[in-house]
Design a protein around this ligand. Structure first.
Ligand SMILES: [Zn+2]
Length: 767
């Protein structure tokens, strides 16, 4: 075989340097900025000033669910902050139900307005101030609330903008976006709102990323790129989020066709909705980023003609090292992919045409699947020591770097094995044609399905094409296409690392075969470069053996690292559960998203029990039988059925105990429930399509300030309706005290927290 003229890489270490520099840049996209001090000029958002507000709002360790006395305290403190900034606060107060989720609670939305000079349209800057059932909710969403309050204070000193600015601290988001729905349905100001900025959290640290926008975002993305100093956004995240069962207040406004920017930080998810989501666990840098994003975009939108804020098309976008946002209209993605891809292949053809042999491709066609297959298989095998044997949170690891290194090691090992097996069998130029051809083809398929994900391949192809232009003008280039291949490789390193860390926020090591996939990309473009480098050299298996030993060592070290820590706790709650009519109740070790502490469970005599939770799917949890407490339940009175054109209408009165905090009504799917009303208000409409799919339908009442309700159910089935009614009561301390003494320090109550639950089954007779 004639020696290839390409790529006499004299310094392959340069490739490692490129990887290291790109890695550092990409890590910037996932970390929060330095917070500004309280002495920062008043035209800049200061996280320390905002943090002082946040600490003032919260009561140490106290959750404040919508409708609770503690939430009233938080609401009053918000009002005094707004008033001291010179605003008159409008309180939208009502008992409201969001028919999308079948969820009802009292709502006190707090609204302040900075009138615009024209004031025909408005920008809505919003965050929710209620918390979940455990912890004071410092990150979710007191951080957003404190950022909005600080921005409202700063904006007060500004001369009027063109548009109105509405500051909305919404209530009862956690129970089903109830406050936002009340605002959109009943508040007269909503008609003016043309764009929403929403601040949220799904963790306690990391950058505040733009993770969701409205449809037709081309124009607003251009504004975001121009006005925000530290943009963090990827249109692929927007696409993935659309397909995830998660919601925020913005869901309500987006469904009504309002444009919006939705920001959240999402690392430290083990603390999210836990008892330690408090100010001491909040990354103040994340608060800074929230504030910077919202303040910049609010000012930009405040003077903008909002009539045309919705564009005819979406944009694809990705930030480069959180310092610049690359964006493109989705309509050009396919054409651009085609042009760049053909350019790249022609450039390779012209540079190495004489060297390309078709028969070599058969070895290349074997080398590529070997490389990809071995990386994914290696990831799968490592998922056992890294993720299956250790006791881990399902999404996040507190000490991830050793595991990450092991996965990088697998990618390098697969690359070395491919080189060893195929060197001399396939020429670097044939390999190059094949690998870039593959990227081009993959890009075309991706873009035809999802144009806003085009940058995954557009960036490497464009960098290769730019490099090829430089190569043409470089007179003394040591090899054809040297610049093109190195720049193209750099493009894939960027895409690989960015998406590796992006997936890292939603996958733990038990799914290492998925986690490792982004790394495939960069190995494809480095393969021809390395083939050229090792050509003619004798490769031994020895380096591969050492690499394997290093990977195994990393696995051992990883196995010795804890999957939970006091600052990244497992979610574990002690609660009590009983079913009416049963003599036995249970103390239950509850865990919603994570596994329980087995040694604690065994040491305290908890055994797996199938528990009736009211839903048609029972749950199995570690539990200990105790004599039933016989908690007060509900009574159904004055039931009547009428046949209507649309179905069977059941009416009844539900009597609960005084001071009711939570009531859940589960209606089995077989009843074919259409709609439900609470005290005449539409509370559930099953024809509305939400991102959640549940087996049963349900109605939830949270902290209603009364104990008797008139319920109407409209069902399409003529049969009797079986209801499960779940009520929550205070958990008697004496019941759980014996188990709390050795409570593991890496476990914290999560989601619904300690409570006593009563389940009742009630049948509503057929008509
Ligand atoms: Zn939230």
């Amino acid at each position: 075989m004639r020696a290839s003229p390409m790529l006499r890489l004299r310094h392959p270490v340069a490739l490692l340097l490129i990887c290291a520099l790109v890695l550092l840049g990409v890590l910037r996209s996932f970390s929060a900025p330095e917070p500004l001090g309280a002495d920062a000029p008043d035209v800049e958002f200061s996280a320390l000033r905002s943090e002082a507000i946040l600490r003032d709002l919260l009561q140490a360790g106290v959750p404040h669910v919508a409708g609770s006395p503690s939430n009233l305290v938080v609401g009053n403190r918000i009002i005094s902050h707004l008033e001291s900034s010179g605003y008159e606060v409008d309180i939208q107060s009502r008992f409201h139900c969001n028919p999308l989720f079948g969820a009802c609670s009292p709502v006190d939305n707090l609204i302040a307005i900075k009138p615009g000079s024209v004031g025909k349209n408005a920008v809505l800057l919003t965050a929710h101030y209620d918390s979940g059932w455990t912890g004071p909710g410092a990150a979710d969403d007191a951080a957003g609330t404190a950022a909005v309050l600080e921005i409202a204070r700063m904006a007060a000193a500004f001369p009027a903008f063109v548009n109105d600015i509405i500051f909305l601290l919404s209530d009862s988001e956690e129970n089903g976006l109830i406050g936002a729905d009340a605002f959109a349905q009943y508040h007269p100001l909503f008609a003016k709102v043309k764009v929403v900025i929403n601040l949220e959290a799904r963790g306690t640290t990391g950058s505040s990323a733009l993770f969701e926008t409205g449809e037709g975002n081309r124009g607003i993305i251009r504004m975001f790129a121009k006005n925000v100093d530290r943009p963090v956004a990827n249109s692929l995240v927007n696409e993935i989020y659309k397909r995830m069962p998660n919601d925020t207040d913005y869901t309500v406004y987006k469904r009504k066709g309002v444009m919006g920017l939705n920001f959240a930080f999402s690392q430290g998810v083990a603390v999210y909705h836990s008892a330690i989501d408090d100010p001491d666990h909040l990354d103040i840098g994340s608060l800074q980023h929230h504030g910077d994003n919202a303040w910049s975009m609010m000012k930009a939108l405040a003077d903008r003609d909002l009539e045309h804020i919705i564009s005819r098309e979406d944009a694809g976008y990705i930030d480069v090292f959180a310092s610049r946002l690359l964006h493109y209209p989705s309509s050009i993605a396919l054409g651009l992919s085609l042009v760049l891809g053909v350019w790249v292949l022609i450039a390779i053809g012209i540079a190495f045409g004489k060297d390309l042999r078709i028969w070599q491709l058969r070895w290349g066609l074997l080398a590529v699947p070997f490389l990809l297959g071995s990386i994914v298989l290696g990831g799968y095998l490592l998922s056992f020591p890294l993720g299956h044997w250790p006791d881990l949170h399902p999404i996040e690891h507190p000490y991830p770097w050793v595991g990450r290194l092991a996965l990088f090691g697998v990618a390098v090992l697969s690359l070395y094995a491919t080189l060893k097996l195929f060197v001399g069998r396939v020429s670097p130029s044939a390999m190059m044609m094949l690998c870039w051809g593959l990227i081009f083809m993959a890009g075309m398929v991706l873009v035809s399905k999802l144009p806003t994900a085009g940058h995954l391949t557009l960036i490497p192809l464009a960098m290769f094409a730019c490099g090829s232009v430089i190569d043409i003008f470089r007179k003394k280039s040591p090899a054809p296409l040297l610049m093109a291949t190195v720049l193209g490789f750099t493009g894939t390193v960027f895409i690989s690392f960015y998406h590796y860390f992006m997936l890292d926020v939603v996958l733990n090591f038990d799914r290492s075969h998925f986690k490792i996939i982004p790394l495939v990309f960069m190995t494809l473009t480095v393969l021809p470069l390395l083939l050229a480098f090792v050509r003619g050299r004798e490769l031994s298996w020895q380096p591969a053996r050492w690499l394997l030993v290093a990977i195994l060592l990393a696995c051992l070290v990883h196995l010795s690292l804890p999957g939970f820590s006091p600052h990244r706790p497992r979610g574990m709650t002690l609660m009590y559960s009983e079913v009416e009519g049963s003599e036995t109740g249970y103390v239950v070790l509850e865990s919603l998203t994570t596994s329980f502490d087995e040694s604690y469970a065994n040491g305290h005599g908890f055994k797996p029990v199938v528990l009736d939770n009211g839903w048609s799917q029972a749950s199995e949890r570690p539990a200990r039988a105790v004599p039933a407490l016989n908690l007060p339940g509900v009574e159904v009175k004055a039931h009547s059925v009428r046949h209507k054109e649309t179905g069977w209408s059941h009416r009844f009165v539900l009597h609960a105990h005084e001071g009711l905090e939570f009531l859940l009504l589960v209606i089995a799917k077989e009843s074919l429930l259409d709609k439900a009303w609470v005290d005449g208000q539409l509370a559930l409409d099953t024809s509305l399509e939400s991102k959640h799919q549940r087996q049963d339908d349900s109605l939830r009442l949270v902290n209603p300030d009364k104990s008797s309700f008139e319920i109407r159910l409209l069902a399409r089935s003529p049969d009797a309706i079986s209801l499960a009614v779940v009520t929550w009561h205070e958990l008697p301390k004496v019941l759980v005290a014996p188990f709390m003494r050795n409570w593991p320090e890496n476990a914290q109550a999560v989601e619904y927290g300690p409570r006593a639950r009563k389940v009742q089954h009630i049948t509503l007779d057929a008509g």
